[in-house]
Design a protein around this ligand. Structure first.
Ligand code: SAM
Length: 343
């Protein structure tokens, strides 16, 4: 049994993805979809923030009892782990920005205490989240404890699968909630999507790199590149707002993003144009076919609940063009997903 967690309100989108690979799913709690079989290794569920592979249920009507039931499930398999880390979280949890706060932190503390007392070797091999380097993240086992309510949890211990971009589950972010630092200077809150994509990609625009931002107004995404010292050409029918608008590293082009072609290949394509998914997919396809960018972050917006066909087409196009990419429903994505990767 695998558990997949989705943004609240997107359980149906996730269940549809599960059904598309021929598995059966039930919604165990808001945002928690349980798949009765193992999720196919290497297949990245777009609407899942995080995956709990091979999970089992633990029950206990106090923090101590829940921690003990969790320990009983984890103790033996932990013996054979080299290094491991732990995510304990509630989903969606009282604080969506930090699903580990409160009771999950208490359960994690009690669990680590039991490991310390009864499994000394495993305790020595524990890597706290704050100390986790990207190299370690790619090479450890991840224990996850998802509190469903005050007395029940889903518990998983697994080695993350390596994807073309990132890991699944990703040990860097409990519940897959990628923390993005607030930036009050950004002209729009949309910058958070670009920042999350950079964090997941492990790459961001660098000083001197050339960036094209299609549908760049009012300038949140453009700002993420300008603030890093990259040069941006923003194409939109509307102007960009300061401090992106008027920035010395910015060139604004008023026009149609779908007709734009760069004079020479650029380092990054950013695209957040509001358009039907087929149009955005065509645009990305042309950019990849033409080798017009080395890296890309492209947001695809859905119309209503018709998501599966565009998602299939997006995956097929990324595979056809040989892109090392990932498609995710990001923390700040609404009825949309973001494709990011290396062309
Ligand atoms: C969601 S907003 C982009 C927000 C932006 N990424 C930010 O961070 O501030 C979508 C933008 O796409 C622009 N847009 C829509 N259709 C376009 C087209 N055919 N050509 C150029 N821009 C277009 C809109 O004017 C709008 O500014």
């Amino acid at each position: 049994m695998d558990a997949l967690i989705a943004a609240e309100g997107f359980e149906d989108a996730l269940r549809e993805e599960v059904a598309a690979v021929g598995l059966r799913a039930t919604t165990a709690a808001p945002g928690v979809v349980v798949v009765d079989d193992a999720w196919p290794e290497g297949l990245d569920p777009v609407f899942a923030r995080q995956r709990l592979p091979g999970c089992a249920r633990a029950a206990g009507d106090s923090v101590a009892r829940l921690a003990k039931a969790t320990f009983d499930l984890l103790a033996l398999p932990l013996d054979s782990c080299d290094h491991w880390s732990l995510h304990a979280f509630a989903w969606p949890g009282p604080d969506p920005a930090d699903p580990s706060k409160g009771r999950p932190a208490l359960v994690a503390g009690a669990l680590l205490d039991l490991v310390h007392r009864h499994r000394r070797r495993a305790r020595r091999r524990f890597v706290p989240l704050d100390d986790l380097t990207p190299e370690q993240a790619a090479d450890l086992s991840l224990a996850q404890v998802l509190l469903l309510d005050r007395g029940a949890a889903l518990v998983s211990l697994a080695r993350p699968a390596r994807l073309p971009v990132g890991l699944d589950p990703d040990p860097r972010w409990p519940a897959g909630v990628v923390a993005v630092a607030p930036d009050r200077r950004a002209p729009s809150s949309a910058y958070r999507k670009a920042e999350e994509a950079y964090a997941r990609l492990g790459l961001a625009p660098r000083p001197g790199e050339r960036v094209v931002d299609l549908g760049g107004s009012p300038g949140g995404w453009t700002w993420t590149a300008l603030a890093r010292g990259a040069r941006v050409l923003a194409v939109d029918r509307a102007p960009l707002a300061p401090p992106a608008g008027g920035h010395p590293l910015l060139e604004e082009r008023r026009g149609d993003a779908f007709r734009f072609e760069p004079d020479a290949p650029v380092d990054w394509l950013l695209c957040d144009v509001i358009a039907a998914p087929e149009r955005t997919l065509d645009l990305l396809d042309r950019w990849l076919a033409g080798a017009w960018c080395r890296r890309f972050v492209v947001n695809v917006k859905f119309k209503g609940t018709a998501r599966q066909a565009p998602l299939d087409a997006l995956r097929a196009l990324l595979a056809r063009r040989g892109a090392r990419a990932r498609v995710k429903h990001l923390v700040h994505d609404k009825n949309e997903v973001t494709a990011f990767g290396l062309a």
